[in-house]
Design a binder for this molecule. Structure first.
Ligand SMILES: C[S@@+](CC[C@H](N)C(=O)[O-])C[C@H]1O[C@@H](n2cnc3c(N)ncnc32)[C@H](O)[C@@H]1O
Length: 301
């Protein structure tokens, strides 16, 4: 990956994945849509993809959305130099309604590196932090609250459904029966080691932490991630001008399955590529987050 795609601001260190491929996808717009077009970046993060697009296409305008105030603040700093070409809106993409039709919609799903790397956000099983995992801290539901208010069977079902975790039953039992002390739960590090203790040695994988799937499941449930994606898939094609492009980067099979089926069935869209675009081996070795990234693009008919 080229050096210019490493976006580093004082608060927000996140390397955008598949940035060359995103810029290439924008180039496939009809000239009229590219010339005076607007791109909705539905998951602005620190503004990494957005600044690369603004640099590559000097006539492009961007509406950037995010529901995490830390991302909004970092993106505001990062994109300030582009002045009126950028409008930033603090919103869940599921609730957004644009005023006018746009040329391109990009969604780079999931969490950003700073969300994971800051222990206090409670997303990381490698660092110790509170059981939080909210992308939008204004929402009421934290991981601690979810675990407390969900019974063992429902918790096991949730871990299985959103994490595809084969040991969901024993993990839920361990969390509910052994982890709670004086009606409260310890932090992410204790949760991670409790989950790891449910993994028989022969199923342990040196590269993937045993808590990965359970943490993914809790995060998806807390942030209503799949419901938000379904709403975006339903609404966003209506936001595009004919010839406009909808591009989604997903990071796990639950998301990619939704995107794949929606792009296939949606009569408003025509798939530009049948198979998802994935990172080059060079990018995968430089940015481990890109290893699971799948980029699907479709054009508004
Ligand atoms: C992978 S990061 C995006 C990084 C960005 N493309 C960049 O290059 O800096 C995903 C971002 O999407 C945001 N996000 C996730 N789900 C969202 C939703 N439903 N509505 C708005 N923002 C969302 C997260 O808060 C996070 O900042």
């Amino acid at each position: 990956m080229k050096e210019e795609s490493k976006i580093v601001t004082s608060k927000f260190k996140h390397t955008p994945v598949l940035s060359r491929e995103v810029i290439q996808a924008i180039s496939q717009l009809p000239a009229t849509l590219l010339k005076k077009g607007t791109l909705i970046d539905a998951t602005l993060g620190g503004g990494g993809h957005a600044s690369l697009a603004l640099e590559a296409y000097p006539n492009l305008h961007i509406i950037g959305l995010d529901h995490d105030p830390a991302a909004i603040s970092a993106a505001t700093d990062q994109l300030n130099i582009y002045g009126s070409r950028v409008k930033i809106v603090a919103s869940n993409f599921a609730d957004f309604i644009p005023k006018d039709k746009v040329s391109f919609i990009l969604a780079d799903l999931g969490v950003s590196s700073p969300q994971i790397d800051e222990a206090q956000r409670g997303f990381s099983f490698r660092l110790d932090g509170p059981l939080d995992m909210r992308m939008n801290p204004k929402n009421d539901l934290t991981a601690a609250k979810l675990i407390k208010e969900t019974d063992e069977k429902a918790l096991a079902d949730l871990i299985y459904k959103y994490g595809e975790e084969r040991f969901s039953r024993r993990i839920a039992r361990r969390i509910k029966n052994d982890l709670c002390v004086n009606d409260s739960y310890p932090g992410t590090a204790s949760l991670a080691s409790a989950i790891a203790s449910c993994y028989p040695p022969k199923f342990r994988n040196k590269r993937i932490h045993p808590a990965t799937k359970t943490f993914q499941a809790l995060r998806i449930a807390i942030n209503n991630e799949l419901e938000a994606l379904e709403k975006l898939l339903t609404k966003a094609p209506n936001w595009l001008s004919p010839g406009g492009i909808f591009g989604i980067i997903s990071f796990h099979s639950l998301e990619d399955r939704l995107v794949k089926h929606s792009f296939l069935k949606d009569e408003r869209l025509e798939r530009i590529t049948r198979k998802p675009i994935v990172a080059s081996s060079e990018e995968k070795s430089m940015n481990p987050r890109s290893r699971s990234a799948k980029f699907r693009i479709a054009m508004k008919i």
